[in-house]
Design a protein around this ligand. Sequence first.
Ligand SMILES: NC(=O)CC[C@H](N)C(=O)O
Length: 479
Amino acid sequence: MVQGTTSDAGKTTVVAALCRLLHRQGVKVVPMKPQNMALNSAVTADGGEIGRAQALQAQAAGLPPHTDMNPVLIKPSSDMGAQIVVHGKVRGDMDARDYDQYKTVAMSAVLESYARLQQQYDSIIVEGAGSPAEVNLRARDIANMGFAEVVDCPVILVADIDRGGVFAHFIGTLECLSESERNRIIGFVINRFRGDIRLLEPGLEWLEQKTGKPVLAVLPYLHGLMLDAEDAIQIKQNQTGKFKIIVPAIPRISNHTDFDALRAHPDVDLQFIGPDHPIPPADLIILPGSKNTRDDLEFLKQRGWQTVLEKHLRYGGKLIGICGGYQMLGQIVSDPYGVEGKVGDSMGLGLLDITTELTKEKRLQEVSGYCLFGKDQTAKVAGYEIHMGVTYASSETLPAFMINAEEGVQEEGTRSPDDQILGTYLHGLFDHPQACQALLAWAGMQSDTTVDLNALREHSINRVADACQPLLDALQRIA
Ligand SMILES: NC(=O)CC[C@H](N)C(=O)O
């Protein structure tokens, strides 16, 4: 099991790297994260939903994503509450206290998944969550040492030296653990190191002497990786291109990995605009998905985005809404069952002639098809839908895509009659190089460059795997 001294220490990447290395050796390897808290999720082959980071690790292991790889997914919809997804299906909304009580049930779901994976695979690489030093969460823990103790597995501890304080992080984490938990840590991994290793060596020796545990590997800082983020938005964006795209960073943004292909595009300047940032002019504005459409809609209105969007459209700018962002563009978003908060209706931005009702059923599916705009209307699109909302469009509007869905071939999404606005439920809509190019051309960008996100992702997985070879060698020496 790979645990970290902090969130974002690099656990996800190390698990993906180990999966790829073992997969290359022909080992039947599978990733697993018992509990993940994230709003970036992926649709699985068995019709459920897991964290995107686990889907990435599945790809590294050469497998389609499966709900057993992330049996418990917590999707926060407010500061206190979250939607709890177990074995890929919504189990309800809970606040932090309810969930704490629910953890015993969640643990049995986790152990069921673990048992199934054990039967099918020779090697399971498990990722912890946050850090095992969170002593307040230790009772009933299913995410870190609580899990490791029950299944009795060895643990490696990863720390990010780029943030500094790694020695204190390692020693401090060990101090927060019980003796048996401490004993299961077989070694340390220092991640994102840059500089002269000779200057680090005295520290490594000190750490090994003080703890009696080895430093298994020092992994290099790798620039320009294109791997799905678990949750946090990467602040550093690509700002080299000329074509300006802005995305409001709404508080409950979901699946911001939708923008990875744009981030990687050399001709695009993509910026997420936080609440305190001035809103710059742009060629294209994209409203992202949201776990809480009505609250985030309110957030946008309060910060003056309605006026900004209207002005942007008056000046001929293009506007895209994805999933929750699509719903916001319409006339009304109603929540008759209170699935995302209080029961009630919200006035949308009134830019597209659509209305949305949030229902109790979540729609989860992978789709593919082609774009209904552009020169020849043959550009392929592939994406996935994860939403509770059902949207009705007026007959005045135009569809955006033709897709192969559960119900058969059908139109998807909506374009305004003047074709300045496009709304869609398809997450990942920029991932297919043809759709990416067609959408950017629709938005007015002149460029022949295409970005193949999947190829970039594969390349990144291979780079991190190569960098982790010394870690795997060290682990195989111990085993
Ligand atoms: N992923 C999303 O943007 C979801 C939108 C909205 N919260 C729904 O469930 O319908």
